[in-house]
Design a protein around this ligand. Structure first.
Ligand code: ATP
Ligand code: MG
Length: 580
């Protein structure tokens, strides 16, 4: 492909609206352009990368025995009403009507459609296990679309759905997908980690997320270098070191003045006690219930854990005015002793004795509170975010570390949630009707492109892993008007293309500096400079993107040299994944 006749609108300036490196570089390298909030056009180079990811995903899904289908993006509301999600899904679901006034949505996911297909087409245990997948455009009306295609509203997803007759068979399907995901992300040249994930209100089920490790990731994952435990923040637990009394000997409970103090830090500084010896109160609401949650002064509440503990879909933190209204106490003085709201306490408070908390009176706190003596014991639950350095809950030896990650894949055991709601049955070997159980398996195909750039770039631009690069080789013509150079470049291009190595030729009549800058920005794995003094001496100059060394190769050896280099690279940068 020729640079001069291809739409590769590179930008010199850094777009101000882009806040992460992958977004900046995708715009600057001319891979994508924005049409509206969270909606993008893929330009020729970007599309080539997207297709590479798709091809890897497709190969590995096919190899794992999944069957490719393509379901409609537009889905009738009736199916969503059957599963109960028409009401539950909320504003992320883009809904509209056809000319006849019938309700539809643009699919954010396809459980209903695939379940409907299976209920119509599969009859017998002989048809199972079955796994159907598609690579298809989704729409989610995300509240905060951002970071370019990383969190778009329209995006490309691979979604697969397995159907099995029993748990053991679902286990095998699930494991097959987990293995395929390891191969997919490995082949994409990504450094990633599979982590245990929260399953939300469905409960009891089983789920893993795959995260690409990157500073700009929106998610936090906890992991143990000792035993390999890894979980996302909603799921991660930790062993909390046995609690100590905040200040020496525990005396009897007493009230003290803390005039005008609203934050835990102010109170701690004023009383001279550690945050770890304080109990803070937070009011949450969910599905018509309000509760006062108790956490250690230095800990953060995890709302997903709180919702799970209460057995509801989600909970919200009440703002100070609402919290005061519900608890009858101004924020800053709230505490568990004599509380009006029902209490739920973080498990790590259980061992704490002689703690400090609000006295439920403005500007007053209690010292030396003891469970059972001064305050009845509340129910306990895991409510706080783990902190780096907490002990691993599995091996109980090594400290947990926290990393940021970009979720690129999610596998989930759904059980019979959809098949039961939508009345799917197949006959088992004895002729009895049985409800199949499902797994679902998503990959953010378009998000992978951004995640790959987050992990593979330098100050000058993208550094593509070979597997995802839009082209393996860029041939940079120093002077596209010089016939000898063009002849050499075309011979190289032809020789490489014959063995399937893709080439972009920069044949533009541009300043040399611009062409070099663009080559760095586009980040193709190998650059061959044809022209100038080297060519006069019968050589071309070959450089690997991201490495400083330039090699002079005799023109006649150019093709064989490059084939060898590309082949030697193929697969090498594909195994950066960390052990599960
Ligand atoms: P997130 O927590 O990032 O919103 P999710 O849990 O909603 O993701 P799933 O429903 O599991 O995502 O979708 C499967 C995959 O699709 C995700 O792992 C992610 O890689 C990708 N994905 C989800 N939402 C988006 C989006 N708005 N833009 C791009 N990719 C997305
Ligand atoms: Mg989401």
């Amino acid at each position: 492909m020729r640079f001069g006749t291809t739409l590769i609108p590179t930008l010199k300036e850094t777009p101000v609206e882009a806040r992460v490196e992958s977004h900046r570089l995708m715009l600057r390298a001319g891979l994508i352009r924005q049409l509206g909030a969270g909606i993008y056009t893929w330009l020729p180079l970007g599309l080539r990368v997207l297709r590479k990811v798709e091809a890897i995903v497709r190969e590995e899904m096919d190899a794992a025995g999944a069957q490719e289908i393509l379901m409609p993006a537009v889905q009738p509301a009736e199916l969503w009403q059957e599963s109960g999600r028409w009401q539950k899904y909320g504003p992320e679901l883009l809904r509209f009507q056809d000319r006849g006034g019938r309700d539809f949505c643009f699919g954010p996911t396809h459980e209903e459609v695939v379940t409907d297909l299976v209920r119509r087409e599969l009859r017998s245990y002989r048809d199972l296990p079955a796994n159907f997948y598609q690579i298809q455009t989704k729409f989610r009306d995300e509240i905060r679309p951002r970071f370019g295609i990383m969190r778009g509203r329209e995006f490309l997803m691979k979604d697969a759905y397995s159907f099995d007759l029993d748990e053991a068979s679902l286990d095998r399907s699930y494991r097959g997908m987990v293995d395929a995901y390891h191969r997919i992300f490995g082949r994409c040249g990504l450094r990633f980690r599979a982590v245990e994930a929260d399953t939300g209100a469905i409960g009891g089920a089983f789920s893993h997320e795959f995260h690409v490790l990157a500073e700009s990731g929106e998610d936090v994952i906890a992991s143990c270098d000792g035993c390999g435990y890894a979980a996302n923040l909603e799921k991660a637990e930790s062993v909390v070191s046995s609690a100590i009394a905040p200040h020496g000997q525990v005396g009897s409970m007493r009230q003290v003045d803390t005039p005008g103090m609203k934050t835990m830090e102010e109170v701690a500084a004023f009383l001279g006690c550690a945050l770890t010896g304080m109990v803070k109160s937070l009011v949450v609401e969910g599905e018509g219930r309000a509760l006062q949650l108790l956490l250690r002064g230095d800990h953060e509440l995890n709302l997903v854990k709180a919702a799970n503990a209460l057995g509801v879909g989600s909970v919200q933190l009440a703002d100070p005015v609402r919290a005061a209204e519900l608890s009858g106490v101004p924020v800053g003085s709230m505490g568990p002793v004599g509380a009006r709201l029902p209490l739920l306490a973080d498990r790590c408070l259980e061992g704490l004795s002689g703690w400090v908390a609000g006295a439920n009176a403005d500007g007053r706190h209690l010292l030396d509170v003891v469970w059972g003596r001064d305050c009845s014991k509340p129910p306990w639950a895991d409510l706080h975010n783990v902190v780096a350095g907490d002990l691993c809950p599995r091996c109980q030896v090594s400290p947990l570390r926290l990393d940021r990650g970009i979720e690129v894949g999610h596998v989930f055991k759904l059980g019979d949630k959809y098949t039961r709601a939508m009345k799917v049955t197949v006959q088992d070997a004895d002729g009895r009707e049985k409800i199949p159980i499902m797994g679902c398996y998503g990959i953010g195909v378009s998000r992978i492109v951004a995640a790959a750039i987050e992990q593979n770039h330098d100050d000058n631009g993208i550094v593509w892993p070979l597997a995802l690069a839009p082209f393996a080789v860029e041939i940079l013509l120093v002077n596209p008007k010089d016939e000898e150079s063009v002849g050499v470049a075309e011979t190289l291009e032809k020789g490489l293309r014959q063995v399937g190595i893709e080439v972009l030729m920069d044949d533009r009549d541009e300043r040399l500096g611009v062409k070099f800058k663009d080559a760095d920005l586009l980040g193709l794995p190998f650059r061959v400079v044809v022209g100038g003094r080297s060519l006069k001496e019968g050589a071309v100059e070959v450089q690997r993107r991201g490495q400083p060394e330039k090699e002079r190769i005799a023109v006649e050896n150019g093709v064989t040299h490059l084939i060898a280099r590309v082949r030697a690279t193929d697969g090498v940068d594909n195994f950066k994944n960390l052990p599960l």
